[in-house]
Design a binder for this molecule. Structure first.
Ligand SMILES: *Cc1c(COP(=O)(O)O)cnc(C)c1O
Length: 398
């Protein structure tokens, strides 16, 4: 045991904070994944049906994808050891940017280290003055909230998917006088699994001279033609100025990007702080995303399996009497105040689905969240549903 020589009294606050978190049930102790991220995984020493990851297409342990990563390591090494603007822009980053522009039907794209840093980069660099205005859906992801906090622009929040409220904000004198205005929405909302009304958002934003950023972290590789995302889902090609994507969900590794116009790409490439001050992705990670993109475009069965499994699980959970909220995507919540107990009991029975409480979701909106993948078999899902019913009845949830 390492002994610190500092006066421990000065750090007493940490123990007090932890005690406060524990009292509010907010102290997190993540379970440990002891196998690859698979539809049936070993978690905390137990083999369980895993309904918790964002591994939508079940490609995180796919042989073709792994081979691409290994080959990239052999050829280019394990890291760039530089930020993009120094000498961290590698051939594979460029190739990925070109392919993502085509995939997203955008003029250009710019890669970042994660979805989180992509949102920070866009919000901070484009909303850089007190005279700008950032307008955000109330249920947008934490990384948009933090990106907005780093932006100099004031921010206004509209009620979830409430176009009337968004219009009211755009009609305020403050918005009319703004130098630039950006409306930001998640494409698929990560807690409820509902899809943004992006067609209406774009129409009203453009009417008032605002541009639009959509965060497709849970939509890329999931919705739209060949998994191209929310813009494709609504047929809005060429109308959404910035599409954010992550490479850490359906794309199975880690990273993020903004698919946008040439001028916004070039501008962010000179000023976006995560691009300038944090090193680029390892080449194997870029190679992973290239391999996944290739699979998406040439092997439609993964996307089909994902949606077949989504329909099956949603239907069975509804039939059993669970409240699955507003979801229309592979994210299916089960609304219950007993989420923590439900999750713990299900784990004992061999199923892992995460309980979400405050502050991840609002108080009174606690839930168990399931995310099905393309790789689950009907047998896996039948097993899970049987356990959901058993424990659900035990806890009087159904
Ligand atoms: C997961 C998520 C992110 C963060 O993506 P990472 O690549 O994991 O950093 C950003 N936005 C939304 C909407 C997300 O769900």
């Amino acid at each position: 045991m390492l002994h610190f020589t500092i006066e421990l009294g000065t750090l007493k606050f940490a123990d007090e904070e932890i005690a406060a978190l524990k009292k509010e049930n907010r102290f997190l102790r993540p379970r440990v994944l002891e196998s690859a991220q698979e539809p049936v995984s070993v978690i905390d020493g137990r083999k369980v049906v895993n309904l918790t990851s964002n591994n939508y297409l079940a490609l995180a342990n796919n042989p073709k994808v792994k081979k691409a990563a290994i080959e990239a390591i052999e050829k280019y090494g394990v890291g760039s050891a530089a930020v993009r603007t120094i000498i961290g822009t590698m051939t594979l980053h460029r190739e990925l940017e070109t392919k993502f522009s085509a995939f997203k039907h955008a003029e250009a794209s710019i890669l970042f280290q994660s979805g989180f840093t992509s949102n920070v980069a866009v919000c901070q660099s484009l909303m850089s003055s007190e005279q700008d205005l950032l307008i955000s859906d109330e249920l947008n992801h934490a990384s948009i909230i933090d990106g907005a906090r780093l932006a100099k622009a004031p921010r206004r929040i509209y009620r979830h998917k409430d176009i009337k409220h968004l219009t009211e904000i755009l009609e305020t004198p403050e918005a009319r006088a703004a130098r630039r205005k950006m409306v930001v929405t998640d494409g698929v909302f990560s807690m409820d699994g509902d899809i943004a009304n992006l067609d209406e958002v774009v129409a009203v934003a453009h009417k008032y001279g605002a541009f639009v950023m959509v965060d497709d972290a849970h939509a890329s590789g999931v919705i739209g033609k060949e998994g191209r995302g929310t813009v494709s889902h609504y047929g809005l090609d060429g109308q959404v100025e910035i599409q954010i994507g992550t490479l850490s969900k359906a794309f199975a590794s880690v990273g993020g990007y903004a698919a946008t116009t040439v001028s916004l790409r070039d501008y962010m490439g000179s000023v976006a702080r995560p691009f300038l001050f944090s090193s680029s992705q390892p080449p194997s990670v870029a190679a992973t995303s290239l391999a996944v993109l290739d699979i998406l475009l040439t092997e439609p069965r993964h996307l089909k399996n994902l949606w077949d499994n989504t329909a099956f699980l949603k239907e069975e959970l509804k039939k059993a009497g669970f409240d699955t909220g507003a979801s229309v995507t592979p994210i299916t919540p089960i609304m219950t105040a007993k989420a923590v107990e439900f999750s713990t009991r299900l784990f004992d029975e061999g199923v892992f689905a995460l309980a979400l409480g405050f502050p991840t979701v609002p108080k009174g909106r606690e839930r168990l969240r399931t995310i099905v993948t393309a790789g689950h078999t009907v047998k896996d899902l039948e097993f899970a549903v049987e356990k959901f019913k058993k424990v659900g009845k035990e806890l009087n949830i159904i």
